[in-house]
Structure formats: C-alpha cells, structure tokens
Design a protein around this ligand. Structure first.
Ligand code: F6R
Length: 614
C-alpha cells in the first residue's frame, strides 16, 4: 500500500525521493507525487499512474533544486486514482505539503468544519484535511513539529503523515499511528520511509518508531516525541541486507528472483538456532519456558499466504507437541468473540509485519491477556513490536507482491516453534528433535533440486496459457499447498483457480471437473501409506472424468505414473516438511503462466504488498 519517502540533507532531494519511491513501488500503487522545499516555497508535482508518468512530467517541467523533500506512491482508498487525489496535498495557501498512508476516519467531520470556515478542498481524499489543519497551525505561529503533534491528536484512524513547511527547509516532520514508518540515519542527512528499502542505498542504520509518535528529521538529527510533545526514544537497528537484495539481479521479475533465493532464505532462517549442546534456541522468543509450558491452546492468525503457512503449522505443532491448534483468518478473528485465556498462545504470522487485519487481531488477543508471538520477516515493523515474542524469518526483502520466500521461511519458523515447544514441554525426546532439525537443514538442497527442474514446470505452464480454470488438490500438509498454488495462480494469472482437500472432492467440487481441465495434485510421500493411497484414488477419480492430471510426487513413487498426464518429481522428504518442496513448482508455474499472459508479475492488478488498511 502507499509508499512514503522523506529526505533532508545535502543531496538533491528530488533524486533521493524519486529513487526511494521506486524502491517502494513493490508495495502497489496507482499514482505518485513529490514536493520539494525551495526558496521559501513548495514546488510539487503529482500524477496518476506509474512513477514514469511523474518522471516524464518533471522532465518536461523541472522542479527547482532543493535538499528537502517528500514523496508518495498512493494506493487509493478515498477518491479515484487521478491527479488531484494523488499526494502530496497542500494547505490552503500552499505553505505546507503533506503525504499520508492510512485512513483518517473522522475526515468528514473535519472537512465539514474546514469548509464552514471557508476552506475549499480540491480532492476527494481524507488526507487533504490534515494538510489544511497543519497549515493553519503553522500559520498561527507553531513550528511544524508542534503543529504535527497538535493535528495528530485530532485525527482518528490509521495514519502516517509526512510534511514539509515552505518557510522551514531544515526539517521534515512525520507522525505515526498504526501505519508503517521508519527513519534512516545518515551522516549529515536523514530519511523517512515506509520501509528501509526506501533509503537502503544511502544508509543501513535505521530507527523504528512506536505508536502515536511524531518524528522530526533535520540534516543533523532526529527527534522523537509522543503526540503530546513528551520526548520519546526510537529503537535503532542495523539493516543487514544491501541494495542488491532490493534489485532484480538479472531476473525479469522480483518474484522469479525470490523463488530462486529460497534455498538461501531457508538456510539463513535456520542459522544460529542450536546451542553448542544441540538444544534449540530462539533468540527473540522473549516468552519464558515457564510461560510456554503453561500454554494449553494455540491460535494462529494470519492472512493470505501466511494463513496457509499457519495451516501447515497446525499439522506440525499438534503432531509434535499435542497442543491443540486453531488457525484463523486475521480478518475474521476478533469478530467471532474467540475464546482466549492467559494460557492461549496467539501466533501471528506476517511477512510484512504491517498487515492491518493481523495487527488488530493481536491487539484484541492482548487485551484478553493472551500471549502473542509474531513470526515476521520485517525488522522494525509493528506486529513484532506489539508482540510478547518474535521469531524473525531471514528471507531478506520480499518485493514481488506474491509471497514466495516469505512463505517458505514462515514454514521454517513454524517448524522451529513447534520443535521448541516440544523441547520445552518434553513431548519429544531431544534426539528426535535433533533429527528433525537435521532434516530441516537438508531442505535448502532439496529446494534447489526442485529449482533445477524448473524447465519442465515452465513448459507445463506454457502449455496451459489457454486454460481458464485450474484446480489444485492436496491432503494433510499438502492441502494448504494446494490452496497456496491456487492463490498464486489467481493473483498473478487472473485465472479461476481453486484448491481443495482431495477428500472433499466427492462432496461437491468434482462437479467442476470436465474434459481437459488441468488438476495439479500434491501427492503425499509414500511413508504415509493411508494418505498416499487415498490421494492416488482421488487422482484416478478426477482423471476418469476427463481431468488432465499434473502430479507432484516424490522420486521413485511409481504407483502414480499410470494416472499422471504429467509428473513433476519431488525429493523424498518427511510428510510434514513436504510443503517446502511441493509449493516450489506451483510458484514457478504461476510465475511463468502470468509472464506468458503478459501480466505484471511483480505488481498484479488491484493488489498491494502490504495491506495496511482493514
Ligand atoms: C499472497 C500474498 C498475500 C499475503 C497477505 C499477508 O501472495 O502475498 O496473500 O500473504 O496479504 O501478508 P503478510 O504476511 O505481510 O501479513
């Protein structure tokens, strides 16, 4: 969703801001704009469509030189994605420029108040009222920081606001409530960004902000306060990935690059998890062993792909620890009055750490005094900060809107959590846990083996460009994989794609099967005979009704050969770990099919990477 950049320092601000916006493009947007402070005035431009439209406009009508500026990529909520609604928005006299991410819930009331006082709004956005209010405060004599504190106290909803004042080029001021914002700390320059990608080419030093805080950056310093002006501290941290991680490195899509990064991402997420004595350790768990021993129920909350990682977690946690697990869509969780106690552990899985539905769900859980553990890929994001503990995944930045390495590393974190609980609760012997960790440590090689067979999957994808409907079947831990395969195809190729639990077929979905419909089938390893054989029967049933079966089955499984129109081989791994290899061909399939159809794989229509509104 919206991307925000702010800069003050010695460099030409226009270049820094536009480059920052480019690095945030992956978040999804429909218009872009920039405002600079130059010679006591605000110079700005904003355009609907891609960043290239803005750049073209600026090339035709250049903005003046400046070393202070802000920029924005907008994902429309209030008002159509057109030029007037794009950000920045200006105050009544044009002295203040402001960009915003989030939704100001009381904007209608504020707009009415301003209009009654003679203000004329030129956009349909909720944002413009904040620009007018802020300007009124600076015109009344407040500095921009004090004005921002004052205005923030009046706003309801979720917002990151970033503003500049034409009469004070020394500072950029931001406010944050429920929407992401991080500070980049340079030498003689400072940055603001929706995430660190916005400034990673300039500095690796970052500061996360708390809830309801105002931050002022100048060339030489950073000052943080709460909305009342009381000084506050931000947490500084070092970003350990570099610019190359935020670039495509020769691939056509970030998504494709991220698929091929999965062996590395999984290996990195497993690093440093064992003590010299061979025990499992989770650095930022922050929940004591006593607290964990006391847990009698786990509820996993997440959205989209992260939800499917949660479904896999249920199989692993229940099997290894015997703790009952529920998996719930974050957007549904707090509306059903869930039964939560102090002995419930709520596990929030979120790649971005900013998904509004998941954030609101954990807040609800904490009010009920349940413990919350986050599984997250983004240091400095809100969900881990508001949780009692966190397991960070180490996938590096995930830029393609469709989650791939995020998913695989979430699976790693879920397995580690399950094994850690088994260790603490004593539901598995130490050597059993050690053996499973050994198996996990072999997964990067297995994933690489699947990637090495990419050409076969690409050919299959190319052969299916004319299909309008694709089905996916799985059982047990393969069921969430089927759902994930279908989600990838929906979001990238815009096809009708559905995933089913194979056992449910005859309860309805089999009616969808007709001549030639492709059905991708995730076949469980043979070690689980009862599962495997049931799946093979399901495949026979759809094939008998005309389906074209594409089976993903482990090496050496010949029972499936007679019923497979195409057979993609998977390495032999334990059933609970199979999702980590089985999902990879489905990612490749969706990526290639969408590419063949000419779609923008990294920024599919209507989607945003980080869904920061409910
Ligand atoms: C699918 C996808 C989304 C996200 C979902 C949750 O490819 O990317 O379904 O998985 O929006 O996002 P996070 O994990 O950031 O909370």
């Amino acid at each position: 969703m919206c991307g925000i950049v702010g800069y003050v320092g010695q460099q030409p601000a226009q270049g820094v801001v536009i480059e920052g916006l480019r690095r945030l493009e992956y978040r999804g947007y429909d218009s872009a704009g920039v405002a600079l402070v130059s010679d006591g005035a605000i110079a700005h431009d904003k355009r609907a469509g891609k960043l290239a439209n803005l750049e073209k406009a600026i090339a035709e009508q250049p903005l003046p030189a400046a070393t202070t500026g802000i920029g924005h990529t907008r994902w429309a909520t209030h008002g159509a994605p057109n030029d007037p609604n794009a950000h920045p928005h200006l105050g009544r006299t044009g002295r203040v420029a402001l960009v915003h991410n989030g939704i100001i819930e009381n904007f209608a009331e504020l707009r009415g108040e301003l209009e009654r006082a003679g203000h004329v709004m030129v956009s349909d956005t909720d944002t413009e009222v904040a620009a007018h209010l802020l300007e009124l405060a600076v015109v009344a004599g407040r500095d921009l920081t004090t004005a921002m504190q004052e205005v923030s106290r009046r706003l309801e909803g979720a917002f990151t606001l970033v503003a500049v004042d034409a009469q004070d080029p020394s500072r950029v001021v931001a406010a944050r409530r429920n929407s992401p914002l991080v500070v980049g700390i340079g030498e003689g320059e400072h940055f603001l960004g929706s995430d660190v990608a916005a400034f990673i080419e300039h500095t690796h030093e970052a500061m996360e902000l708390g809830q309801d805080q105002v931050v002022t950056i100048t060339a030489d310093g950073v000052q943080v306060t709460d909305f009342d002006g009381t000084p506050a501290e931000g947490r500084r941290y070092h970003v350990d990935w570099d610019l190359s991680a935020a670039e495509k490195g020769g691939y056509d899509w970030f998504m494709r690059k991220e698929i091929y990064e999965q062996p590395r991402a999984v290996a990195d997420s497993l690093l440093g998890r064992r003590t010299p004595e061979g025990l499992l350790q989770l650095d930022e768990m922050r929940l004591s062993d006593d607290e964990l021993r006391d847990i009698d129920k786990i509820i996993v909350i997440a959205a989209g792909t992260s939800f499917y990682a949660g479904m896999v977690a249920k199989y692993a946690v229940e099997h290894w620890t015997r703790i009952p697990v529920e998996v719930e869509l974050a957007s549904e969780f707090r509306y059903r009055d869930p039964i939560l106690t102090q002995r419930t552990l709520v596990v929030a899985i979120s790649q971005s750490g900013e998904t509004a539905d998941t954030l609101q769900a954990i807040r609800h859980a904490r009010v009920q005094r349940s413990k919350v553990l986050a599984i997250c890929n983004t240091n400095g994001s809100t969900i881990p900060r508001e949780s009692d503990g966190v397991i960070y995944t180490h996938a590096g930045p995930e830029i393609g809107v469709a989650s791939t390495k995020g998913f695989l590393t979430q699976l790693v974190a879920c397995y580690l959590l399950a094994l850690y609980l088994a260790q603490v609760k004593g539901t598995r012997f130490g050597d059993e846990i050690a053996e499973i960790i050994d198996q996990l440590e072999q997964m990067p090689d297995h994933i690489q083996a699947v990637l090495d067979g990419d050409e076969q999957v690409y050919e299959l994808a190319r052969a299916h460009v004319d299909n309008t409907s694709v089905l996916f079947l799985g059982r047990h831990a393969g069921y969430p994989v089927a759902l994930e395969g279908a989600l990838k195809l929906k979001e990238l190729a815009y096809l009708h794609a559905e995933g089913f639990a194979a056992g449910e077929l005859k309860h309805g979905p089999i009616a969808l099967v007709e001549d030639g419909v492709p059905v991708l089938c995730v076949v469980p390893p043979r070690g689980r005979d009862f599962l495997h054989d049931k799946m093979v029967s399901g495949i026979q049933e759809v094939r008998a009704r005309g389906a074209r079966t594409i089976c993903l089955a482990e090496e050496g499984d010949d029972t499936i050969t007679p019923y497979a129109d195409a057979l993609v081989r998977l390495p032999e791994v334990p059933v609970l770990l199979q999702p980590m290899v089985a999902v990879v061909p489905l990612q490749l399939f969706a990526c290639e099919l969408a590419t063949q159809l000419g779609h923008d794989v990294d920024q599919p229509r209507n989607l945003a990477k980080s869904v920061t509104v409910e």
